[in-house]
Design a protein around this ligand. Structure first.
Ligand code: TRP
Length: 372
């Protein structure tokens, strides 16, 4: 067993041990009792919950108790606009959309063009800002209710963000930022300040509406350090601690270590043509199959490491279909080329719908962007 992995908001490397992260980060595992509570309110369980793709949380029991007493929460999630949207980014979005639909709640989506400008040496603010607009359209293409969805582009909403961010900043020391994020004396001062901006949407709706509203943040586990800080500070400012729920990463095509990312290896983008998707999966998706057809037929494939199977866990919602694929692949009835083809078809159908929706979304985005 190797414990050689790293998960920070800016970098993920190695084979992630999620059990270890639960302990290291201090998040709670999602238990069956919690799943039952969610199911009671939602009427069903999203397959991301059934499959433990969302696997950990903070204060979900509290959030649901409030909900039961009639105190509705709002959702908050976000994206750092440093490139085109790829399939990995969609994991928290898909789940957030389900929560919005099931609980009929408001949603705030933060695009941190400031963050990416500060952390990416080679990007200008113009670059990250224009990517924010592209990313926002991709986000809306998932079908969020435009009447209940509010988009924050950091550099364009500073009039509302800044006065709140400095309240957070006053309670946050340099030494905490250094130890939580591994920043140091040579980090630029914008990087040191930045987490205060990511804290703000967790309580801004409470500020704007003049009453405390519970917040739920669905996000990939790497963002948790920000919200650990947010949760420490908000009660000191008189607001609720935000609840949060964490997902695992979509593994990279090349194999289960790390997360899919545009900066390393191959990523499947929302803009990829069906042919590009096919080529990437056929060429790069790591196979858990055996070296020869003969051996594969005899011994079967290993779904634990087979990326096509692992990706189907994220993109094939039907449990029965997924179980059937697993059985056939593990018994050697299904070959690597066949499981890859199933994945290609699944992803291409999914992207076709998104591309159509995106055209419509282009119009609704502007209406959803919050302006000072
Ligand atoms: N820092 C995040 C990123 O790099 C973007 C972000 C801002 C975010 N607010 C968030 C992500 C809330 C999840 C939830 O991608």
């Amino acid at each position: 067993m190797t414990s050689d992995f790293k998960v920070t908001p800016w970098e993920t490397t190695g084979e992630v041990d999620y059990e270890r992260l639960i302990k290291d980060f201090g998040v709670e595992k999602i238990t069956d009792t919690l799943l039952k509570k969610i199911e009671k309110h939602a009427g069903e369980l999203h397959y991301f919950l059934r499959r433990k793709i969302f696997f950990a949380h903070r204060d979900m029991n509290w959030l649901l108790e409030k909900y039961e007493k009639g105190e509705k929460f709002f959702l908050y999630t976000g994206r750092g606009p440093s490139g085109k949207t790829h399939l990995g980014h969609l994991v928290p979005y898909i789940f957030t959309k389900w929560i919005q639909d099931k609980f009929d709640v408001e949603l705030y989506y933060q695009l941190t063009d400031d963050e990416k400008f500060l952390f990416k040496q080679d990007m200008s603010l113009e670059d990250t800002n224009s990517l924010a607009y592209e990313n926002a359209k991709d986000f809306m293409a998932l079908g969020f209710n435009p009447k209940k969805t509010h988009i924050i582009i950091d550099s364009e909403y500073s009039g509302k963000l800044y006065p709140q961010a400095i309240k957070v900043a006053k309670k946050l020391t340099f030494s905490t930022v250094k130890s939580v994020f591994g920043l140091n004396d040579s980090s630029n001062v914008g990087q040191i300040f930045f987490t205060t901006i990511q804290a703000v949407p967790a309580f801004l709706p409470s500020v704007l509406k003049g009453k405390n509203i519970p917040c739920l943040i669905p996000h990939a586990i790497d963002q948790d350090p920000h919200f650990r800080i947010t949760r420490d500070i908000l009660p000191k400012l008189g607001y609720y601690k935000p609840a949060s729920i964490q997902s695992v990463f979509l593994p990279p095509l090349e194999g289960i270590a790390g997360k899919m990312s545009s900066s390393e290896g191959q990523a499947v983008y929302l803009t990829d043509s069906p042919n590009e998707v096919r080529k990437k999966i056929m060429k790069y998706a790591f196979s858990g199959g055996k070296d020869t057809v003969e051996e594969h037929r005899k011994k079967g494939g290993n779904t634990d490491i087979d990326i096509s199977y692992q990706w189907l866990r994220f993109f094939e919602p039907d449990d029965r279909k997924l179980a059937n694929i697993k059985e056939k692949y593990e018994s050697g009835q299904m070959l690597t080329g066949e499981i890859k083809q199933i994945l290609v078809d699944k992803i291409n159908k999914f992207l076709e719908v998104l591309k159509k929706n995106r055209e419509k979304a282009e119009k609704s985005v502007e209406k959803c962007i919050l302006r000072d």
